[in-house]
Write a protein that binds this ligand. Sequence first.
Ligand code: CA
Length: 129
Amino acid sequence: MSDKTVVSIEDNYHNRRLVRKILESSGFAVVEAEDGLSGLALVRQLRPPLVLLDIGLPDIDGLEVVRQIRADADLAGIKVIAISASAMRGDRELFLAAGCDDYLAKPIKVAELLHLVEAHWPAGQAIGA
Ligand code: CA
């Protein structure tokens, strides 16, 4: 695994492509999953520094994904940023309470996504370069 690997769990093709484009142009390697269970399997396999997690997924939702990540001691330290179209009052608190480190509202904006990824990148892991 590259130290700059991000796992992107997102069922929408256009959002997946946008995330990939933004992160790859900043030097990250992006590995994608289209649903929650395959995303969890990827996270367990790769143990990436950071996961971008869509909340609305076709099988288990993103909240269940992050709960399972947080319940697994082997995955301790992985940063999880939720991405969701829903911007209801209280959503952010819900996502953080489930174990997410932060939350990005759709539509995804380049500067916001990069800022969040860099702000939460685990200490000691190379970034930039
Ligand atoms: Ca979705």
